[in-house]
Design a binder for this molecule. Structure first.
Ligand SMILES: Cc1cc2nc3c(=O)[nH]c(=O)nc-3n(C[C@H](O)[C@H](O)[C@H](O)COP(=O)(O)OP(=O)(O)OC[C@H]3O[C@@H](n4cnc5c(N)ncnc54)[C@H](O)[C@@H]3O)c2cc1C
Length: 298
């Protein structure tokens, strides 16, 4: 199918895009990689009156280290992040998730900003960036504001971005380096959107043998990324590098059960809720196992 007719604007600067968004193209949509928007338009599930193409705006695609954070421009393609040595070194959790986004052709065009603004519950980046406590920089007619990832995703395909705002940059703090990390997902076929996913970050004390805190975030099976804080507390209370295999097996079982309990209400309304709950619990356990393995090898 072909999309319904629309006006096309090629913005040459962020300001021009913002002006279009609150003026001539007020009922329009921003076009980044087009990997989600164009299929929706072709299926006529989206019928924007206008498209504001962001691709000719200079300076929106970059990955750079800025002291105690990494800043990534909204127009940065998934592929650039996939092959970034800086991300592999500083943000291995993010680096682990990116190759699991669709297929190479999708990653060649799809952008960080497009994926986050689209807020597909099954996308990898919302889950991982919530675990990493990322900050989204939104530019609007009245200037910029910074939104924490936990507040950015507000529901099913919904974000805190206002109608006339553009996601400009994502900032990821580097103040604590994780001792262990893991992102795992389950999709029916390679390259499909995930049915469920789990991100785990473990932080250790100075000696590196006790877990002082953890961040565990679930995606895919829930309508927006969910931090499972009872699970985080359990890990913090029970896990150290010296935890014996039998005690660890017990903690892993409890992680699986607690995850199921914590997300059950968020899954209500989905098809096969029992299956999704169980799958999510299993993924949380596997992610913790893999994060522990990395911590031991470090
Ligand atoms: C076959 C297929 C498989 C895929 N598999 C996966 C997968 O497994 N995991 C996954 O995460 N994704 C997957 N995707 C989606 C892909 O990652 C897209 O790149 C992503 O969802 C959207 O990014 P985009 O740059 O293409 O955005 P676009 O499609 O251009 O835009 C998406 C939405 O975001 C808005 N938008 C874009 N940029 C901005 C901005 N800077 N500020 C505010 N709003 C903005 C647009 O107006 C639009 O509403 C798949 C896509 C396809 C076609």
């Amino acid at each position: 199918m072909k999309p319904a007719s629309f006006h096309y604007y090629r913005a040459r600067s962020l300001q021009e895009a913002l002006d279009l968004l609150s003026g001539a193209a007020a009922n329009g949509k921003l076009l980044a990689g087009g990997q989600s928007l164009i299929p929706l338009m072709n299926l006529r599930l989206a019928r924007p009156e206008a498209l504001i193409d962001l691709n000719s705006i200079p300076g929106l695609s970059y990955i750079r280290s800025e002291g105690n954070k990494i800043a990534i421009g909204a127009l940065t393609r998934h592929r650039e992040m996939e092959f970034s040595e800086l991300l592999a070194k500083e943000l291995p959790l993010l680096a682990e998730a990116i190759p699991q986004i669709g297929h190479p052709a999708i990653r060649n065009r799809g952008t960080l900003g497009g994926s986050l603004a689209h807020a597909d519950p099954a996308a990898e980046l919302p889950c991982v960036l919530t675990a990493l406590d990322a900050r989204m920089v939104a530019a609007g007619p009245d200037g910029e504001r910074v939104i924490r990832a936990e507040d950015f995703f507000t529901g099913f395909y919904a974000t805190a971005l206002a109608d006339h705002e553009i996601l400009k940059e994502v900032r990821i703090p580097l103040d604590r380096h994780p001792a262990g990390w893991s992102f795992v997902e389950f999709a029916r076929r390679h390259g499909d959107f995930a049915l469920a996913e789990a991100s785990v970050l473990l932080f250790a004390d100075g000696a590196g043998d006790r877990c002082t805190s953890a961040r565990v975030v679930i995606g895919g099976s829930v309508e927006k990324p969910v931090r499972v804080q009872d699970v985080e507390k359990l890990i913090q209370d029970e896990i150290s590098i010296r935890t014996q295999a039998s005690s660890l097996a017990h903690v892993l079982r409890r992680v699986e059960q607690l995850t199921e309990t914590e997300i059950r209400s968020s899954i209500a309304g989905r098809e096969n809720p029992d299956y999704l709950c169980h799958l999510t619990g299993v993924l949380a356990r596997r992610a913790l196992e893999s994060a522990m393995e990395r911590w031991r090898k470090a």
